[in-house]
Design a protein around this ligand. Sequence first.
Ligand code: AMP
Length: 387
Amino acid sequence: MKRIDEMNLKNKKVIIRVDFNVPLDKNLKIVDDNRIKESLTTIKYCLDNNCKIILLSHLGKVKKESDKVTKSLKPVATRLSELLNQEVKFIPATSGRLVSDAVNNMQDKDIILLENTRFEDLDGKKESGNDPELAKFWASLGEVFINDAFGTCHRAHASNVGISKYIKESCLGFLVLKELDNLLPIIKEPERPFVVILGGAKIVDKIGTIKNLVNIADYILIGGAMAYTFLKAKGIETGKSLIDEESLAFCKEMLDKTNKIILPIDHVKSLDMESDEYLIGDNINSEEIGLDIGPKTIELFKSYLEKAKTCFWNGPMGYYEKAIYQKGTKALCKIISNLSITSVVGGGDTASCVINMGYKDKFTHVSTGGGASLELLEGKELPGISI
Ligand code: AMP
């Protein structure tokens, strides 16, 4: 697929698939606008080219009619408007007359944002199922399609892949290009030593990525609940810690295959996840739950990171939703921010932690796509990029 800077966009009507899948609180206020800010480069470039701009995005999953209340993109239009200092017209529809009339009435440099593309999923999963009629309709709205939604590039939906089949020209936007420029060298030519840090809870979603990274990385440091599944696979007592039972056999296979995997040597633990009482210790007894990496593990991980030239990090080191279990994740942010290395964060929870803890600018790159960055590091071709 072409790059946006290889296209002639002058005075064109462009459709940009952006990733405005941002977290909203109970009052429908945007909690983290990082993805909106990251989309500005492409939008401003199109404004400089005197384009008429039609924005498409999803926001969460839409499974029932009542989801329409909590998954509307209206607050995003308001925020984007503030960031651009110009009106962004919100169209409360995804298809039909309301949309085509709004598009037909656009002037140069006008921006419109359609409602959440996944509202179309209520009618036979048209967006997620890549319905050709829906893709054709969206394609009919403009002359050039720009895919700038890295977070959905691992999915073939109507608004990011289907649409490109029915429009004259398509290209990748600056956000996607930046993601590729930062993520691909990690698996192709990482400066060594290359250290991978993995955390979070589920292993099953990351098996392909772990298998690929085991061949590429020099060391894989594992924290979070994921570490307990590996420790259990080694025959170590993990008490009532969260275990991904279906991945135990895989963990054992990995531990037998390589000695690159480095596991925690102490833990922050408790008898109850939600209690404020915790202990630190080298072992976990049958009643305890491991909830964060301990101070000795932080020092151990630091010793590997200090030797590294490249690091990639996916997954928090503990149950970070509770402040007392954020120390491991925060400590790694601090350690990495003091090193002059290529440091890449793979989206999802880890990106939110790094951003909320105030370390975003200290990393070489913080990806906007959790699933997409993992699939890219698995060595897969992503449908949204190969279109
Ligand atoms: P994942 O979706 O697999 O990346 O996992 C992210 C989730 O893992 C977050 O909600 C974390 O709170 C959770 N997590 C990380 N470490 C632990 C732990 N030791 N015990 C329970 N949950 C954890």
